[in-house]
Ligand binder design. Structure first.
Ligand code: SF4
Ligand code: SF4
Ligand code: SF4
Ligand code: FES
Length: 895
């Protein structure tokens, strides 16, 4: 670690002056001389340099003359010092750089015509720039291509040994999957141990490789870079909201590239705290679903029990007529709607407008109900704010981070890179509480493996320890003495001994973590699926807010309680009011002034206060016959929810099920009408990422078949129902949202928020907190915890339509188990076991998983074969209506 700590806010480097090409320049002492030169706007060649990681100094291109030295110096590895006199140009330097290019080219094959990097190659550019035309002593390396990796091919004949791939993987991503190895007389890049590459397959190494030595298996030989149209848009998988370049040729997506590239090697090292521009495996290699041959290309209408292709006009007439008929006969509340949080803000806004102003019902919900709503409701209740208070920069610059119930590197890989930078550059202490041995846990200063399902109790332990060790912030608690007394009373029935025995942690661990968190100047709490998707998720977020409050971390810059979102636009879904309890802008549905404003803007009377149903209530009312028609946009409740929730019965009871989807999902198969919707790559709009940043979605290609964007279908449906909507583009919808929610479209960094809990703490807190802290009942009937969760290589069910990701992570139909449990049960890898829960029993394959603690087994939630989800117990949060069904107790026997 040479130069990067100069950007650490805790390290105050002296300001120095040096001279570059005759001009006096100020810089921080000890930073890379190359960075100082680049900061003046002067760009000199640098093939092994990239501002996102420390200089390596191998290519010999960044040469400058330093007064007092005879030979040129490599400016990337040289450190700036006071009084230096530097010259960056001159024939001597040109010749020296030209020699370096010749050296690289003399062992480089001239196979440019068949190289994927042709026209996008730094070595080509440098040869051209320096007039390298003749290489009399050139020789070939004749190294066989390494094609063993699932996604990348390594052609070491083209490698210039710049180590950018190795450095980005080791330094930025902290994965360290690559190394140099002397083979056949050459230094070659190989996967660690010269085995087939086994890593996170993010492709950042491919992005920074300045030549064609690493190639993308999915697009190899398919294109020349200049033949493709490049559209910058926002990834549609997780809530990190990475910017991606979708590159298309004709009507085909050829590849996805990232802002991180050898082309973007110049930047301010301090800026990496906002992101390094890389993307993850899903973003880079999960694009093939967009132009998949199984995409729905035409509307389908059920005729004589069969779904048959019909023209749009027929399908829309059928939908409008049948919705209108049902409404007329059974009233507005006989209709309901569900939508995926992968739609754009504009579509989500239009969806709730359609339900409320078109159908005149408040029966509507989105996939944010699967967990994010617990966070939103708790944050809104306590802080008056329905989202995370901290952005990526705050996470990166934190000094203490508690991550609880989050397999962050798998679910939100680029948010995880922020925590990695916090560890590596800013020297943060990171405490990870999880029932699995996660990758982020392995990097943490304080990894704590806990008993499954005890995340809530861990928070109790941290709050209790903070109080017992007197780690409270006097000012914060003195402002609300009654609330503090009530909190202490609520905790009085819980002892650290009890908590330790239930969670599997030592008492000292709670004390240690609470002290690190409380004593740090910038402390972040980050919770995710292990909190918000579990029973008591709402209360557990409130308990995290309790912890932040008593330790003085509420409202302090760089501190706060945060979460991550699984789907691309979960935050947008709640912001746009797709929930019976919220109107756009997160106003309460019963908020009179917000209702007036909307009613005026839409020229309608809104559904009455006290009406409306969320996801679980909608399903219940479908089963009871109260709801007769359901409009489902991009959601697949049949494949997602456990059988005990009776989704199939609910859908089969309906008089009308209209499903709008890019694919014929399990839910769509039951529909009366299926409307083909476009994917994010075929439309314009915006997503709101987990930081609250509004990001552009841009159309990269023409729509597949006759599919059209969701907003377009909703507009047609609304107009069929008698509304007079005149939206002709996503922009028209945006303009309406802008008027209703001024300032929402920040399109850049989100506003910094300083939340305060004063109103909440002085208004009924005592009563609310009294039931929040409680002991956990024991469940000894079934000895194993069965967890369902996400994999790095998938996102919901959408990614399972991407062949590239399925190739990397197919459905093995096996549960993962700890080796010791397998041995005890007498089952080997690939063997079969019988799982029995209170909700059923099934046979399933088994495989070893070293990340699981004994007594725990795991099945990826992306797959439904076998339907392990049906074994799950469902707990519906009484406050937020969030159904949790990701964990249950099971008995396992060899079968
Ligand atoms: S794909 Fe990503 S994780 Fe794998 S070697 Fe390349 S940079 Fe490292
Ligand atoms: S494979 Fe590419 S990035 Fe890696 S050392 Fe070789 S040229 Fe550099
Ligand atoms: S899935 Fe998430 S982390 Fe990966 S590229 Fe997309 S937005 Fe970024
Ligand atoms: S950029 Fe300095 S040696 Fe390569």
């Amino acid at each position: 670690m040479g130069l990067k700590p100069a950007t650490n806010p805790e390290v105050e480097a002296a300001t120095i002056e040096l001279t570059i090409d005759g001009k006096t320049v100020s810089a921080k002492d000890g930073v890379s001389l190359y960075d100082v030169i680049a900061s003046t706007g002067k760009i000199i060649p640098a093939m092994c340099y990239h501002y996102t990681f420390d200089p390596f100094g191998s290519c010999g291109m960044c040469l400058v003359m330093q007064e007092g030295k005879k030979a040129p110096v490599r400016s990337c590895t040289a450190k700036a010092a006071a009084g230096m006199i530097i010259r960056t140009e001159g024939d001597d330097l040109f010749q020296a750089r030209k020699k370096a290019v010749e050296k690289h080219l003399s062992v480089h094959p001239l196979d440019c015509p068949v190289c994927d990097a042709d026209g996008h190659c730094e070595l080509q550019d440098m040869a051209f720039l320096h007039g390298v035309t003749n290489l009399p002593n050139a020789k070939q390396k004749f190294i066989p291509e390494d094609t063993r990796s699932l996604v990348l091919d390594f052609n070491m004949n083209r490698c210039i040994a710049c180590a950018e791939c190795i450095n980005v993987c080791k330094d930025v991503l902290m994965i360290d999957a690559l190394q140099f190895m002397k083979k056949g007389g050459f230094n070659q890049v190989v996967a660690k141990g010269d085995l087939p590459l086994s890593c996170e397959f993010c492709g950042d190494c491919l992005a920074v490789c300045p030549v064609g030595a690493i190639t993308n298996k999915f697009s190899k030989y398919l294109y020349k870079p200049w033949q493709m149209k490049k559209t910058t848009t926002t990834c549609n998988y997780c809530g990190d909201g990475c910017q991606i370049h979708v590159e298309t040729k004709d009507s085909e997506v050829v590849r996805v590239t990232s802002p991180l590239s050898w082309k973007n090697k110049w930047g301010d090292r301090a800026d990496t705290s906002k992101g390094h521009g890389g993307i993850c495996v899903k973003g880079r290699f999960g694009f093939e679903y967009i132009d998949s041959p199984v995409r729905l290309k035409q509307p389908l209408l059920r005729k004589e029990e069969q779904l048959v292709e019909v023209p749009w006009l027929e399908a829309m007439h059928a939908a409008v007529d049948r919705f209108a008929e049902i409404r007329k006969k059974h009233g507005s509340d006989s209709v309901a709607g569900l939508i995926t949080a992968r739609c754009t803000n504009e579509e989500l806004y239009l969806f709730q407008k359609l339900m409320r102003a078109g159908f005149r019902t408040n029966n509507l919900d989105s996939s944010a109900r699967y967990g994010h709503m617990n966070f939103v409701r708790a944050a809104k209740q306590a802080l008056g704010l329905g989202r995370t208070p901290n952005d990526w920069e705050d996470l990166t610059k934190a000094k203490a981070v508690i991550i609880i119930g989050s397999n962050l590197t798998e679910t939100n890989p680029l948010t995880a890179v922020r925590i990695k930078e916090a560890i590596r550059v800013y020297k943060a202490q990171v405490m990870v509480f999880d029932s699995r041995v996660t990758n982020i846990g392995k990097l943490a200063s304080h990894p704590y493996v806990i008993m499954p399902g005890t995340e809530g109790l861990v928070i109790d332990g941290l709050v209790k320890a903070a109080i017992e060790l007197d780690l409270v912030d006097e000012e914060a608690v003195a402002a609300h003495p009654q609330a503090f007394t009530a909190l202490k009373a609520a905790l009085s029935n819980l002892s650290l001994e009890h908590i330790a025995s239930k969670t599997g942690l030592a008492i000292d661990s709670f004390k240690e973590a609470a002290a690190v968190f409380a004593e740090s100047p910038r402390s972040i709490l980050l919770c995710a699926e292990g909190i918000v998707r579990q029973p008591e998720g709402y209360h557990n977020v409130l308990k995290l807010i309790d912890l932040a409050w008593i330790t003085g971390k509420l409202g302090r810059p760089g501190c706060g309680v945060n979460t991550v979102t699984e789907e691309a636009n979960e935050q947008g879904a709640v912001d746009m009011g797709v929930a019976p309890e919220f109107l756009p802008g997160l106003a309460a549905f019963e908020d009179e002034s917000a209702r007036d404003r909307l009613a005026k803007a839409w020229d309608v009377t809104l559904p009455a206060v006290g009406t409306g149903a969320n996801l679980i209530e909608i399903l219940k009312r479908c089963r009871s016959g109260q709801i007769r028609a359901l409009y489902v946009v991009g959601e697949n409740p049949l494949a997602t929810l456990p059988a005990s929730l009776g989704v199939k019965e609910a859908l089969e009871r309906l008089d009308l099920l209209v499903v709008q989807e890019p694919f014929l999902t399990d839910t769509a198969r039951l529909a009366h009408i299926v409307l083909p919707a476009s994917t994010y790559a075929e439309k314009d709009g915006t997503f709101t990422n987990l930081e609250g940043r509004v990001l552009r979605v841009r159309q990269a290609m023409d729509a597949i078949g006759e599919s059209v964007p969701d907003w377009h279908i909703m507009t047609a449906l609304a107009n069929g129902l008698g509304c007079r909507w005149e939206y002709e583009s996503a922009n028209d919808i945006q303009s309406e949202i802008m008027k209703l929610l001024p300032g929402y479209y920040n399109l850049g960094q989100p506003r910094k928020i300083v939340p305060t809990a004063d109103r909440y703490l002085s208004n009924g807190y005592g009563n609310a907190v009294a039931t929040r802290y409680k002991t956990l009942p024991s469940d000894s009937r079934h000895p194993f915890a069965l967890l369902m969760g996400q994999l790095l290589y998938h996102s919901g069910k959408l990614s399972t339509a991407a062949p590239g990701l399925i190739k990397i992570a197919p459905n093995t139909s096996r549960i993962g188990m700890n080796a010791s449990d397998m041995e005890r049960l007498g089952v080997s890898d690939g063997g079969t076991v019988r799982l029995t829960s209170d909700h059923g029993t099934m046979k399933v394959g088994v495989q070893r998983d070293h990340t699981l603690a004994p007594g725990t087994c795991f099945f990826p939630e992306h797959f439904n074969d076998p339907p392990v989800k049906d074994l799950m117990a469902v707990h519906v949060d009484p406050v937020t209506g969030v159904p949790s069904f990701k964990q249950t107790r099971v008995t396992i026997e060899a079968a």
